[in-house]
Design a protein around this ligand. Structure first.
Ligand SMILES: O=C1O[C@H](COP(=O)(O)O)[C@@H](O)[C@H](O)[C@H]1O
Length: 267
């Protein structure tokens, strides 16, 4: 049973789980319910994935009951960030998601919107934005009422120990990009260096944003992001900048990641 709580105005809902077994079940259930809502409402579900530990924590989506109850043919899968490497490279976020769960469910191959891995990071970012713009025109992806941005039904993020989300790293110039949907970096502090990433305005335009954080090693950063100053000096941790304009933000945590949160102690 997850402890649940709502934190400060822009910090969203916390779901704190006793162990990974509970977290993975709750996460799969939550994603399945959001997908059902959007498939009923508009006949499609647009979901953007990240890489890293998040993908392993989504693994229950490909087992019963979710493998049978989710309307996989209506899913359109995107990547909130991707490493600019070949699709069969062990660093590829696409490969990770494909290996761990996408190859085990009936998502249509034409609905897997991965980046072009044969061009430079800059070209891959601009081509990916073009692809998303076409899918906004055909309403596969909704559009924001507030800015020139796509409105994904769900964006799933992990958080690195430094507070990075997608490939938005602390103090990096990409945090200030507001005139592009997808941008690129060639100097990622975490290898590999070349990546594409959704920009903050795109993340904050989504209808739902889920951030999944596990393990004691991230507890200090998580405390700073959720209950502390959100960074050092004048720079905010990227995870703190995740503040959906009208969408819902939910944090899926295990008790180790949440161990430094006052909110967890008092729930
Ligand atoms: O490099 C990346 O790292 C983050 C965090 O990964 P984790 O394994 O510490 O959870 C991930 O969310 C991002 O998509 C990925 O490209």
């Amino acid at each position: 049973m997850a402890l649940s709580g709502v934190v400060g105005k822009d910090r969203g809902e916390l779901r704190i789980h006793e162990n990974l077994e509970e977290l993975t079940t709750d996460l799969a259930d939550y994603i399945a319910k959001i997908s059902e809502t959007f498939v009923k409402e508009r006949g499609a579900f647009s979901v953007a994935l990240s890489g890293g530990s998040l993908i392993y924590l989504m693994r229950k989506l490909c087992v019963a009951p979710f493998n049978r109850t989710v309307d996989w043919a209506k899913w359109h899968v995107f990547w909130a960030d991707e490493r600019v490497v070949a699709k069969n490279h062990s660093d590829s976020n696409y490969k990770l998601a494909k290996d761990v769960f996408l190859s085990k469910v009936p998502v249509l191959p034409s609905h897997l919107h991965s980046i072009n891995d044969a061009v430079s990071a800059e070209e891959a970012a601009s081509e990916y934005e073009f692809v998303i713009r076409q899918l906004v025109k055909t309403r596969v992806v909704s559009v924001s009422e507030f800015c020139d941005c796509p409105k994904f039904d769900l964006i799933l993020l992990g958080m690195g120990p430094d507070g990075h989300v997608a490939s938005l790293f602390p103090d990096h110039r990409v945090l200030n990009v507001t005139d592009e949907w997808v941008t690129f970096i060639t100097d990622s502090p975490k290898p590999p260096p070349e990546r594409i990433t959704f920009t903050l305005p795109v993340i904050n335009s989504a209808s739902n944003v889920v951030v999944v954080v596990t393990g004691e090693a991230k507890a200090g950063t998580l405390h700073s992001v959720i209950e502390g100053s959100g960074g050092t000096g004048s720079s905010l941790q990227p995870a703190r900048m995740v503040q959906p304009v009208t969408g819902k933000l939910v944090w899926f945590l295990d008790k180790e990641a949440a161990s430094k949160l006052d909110n967890a102690k008092h729930s």
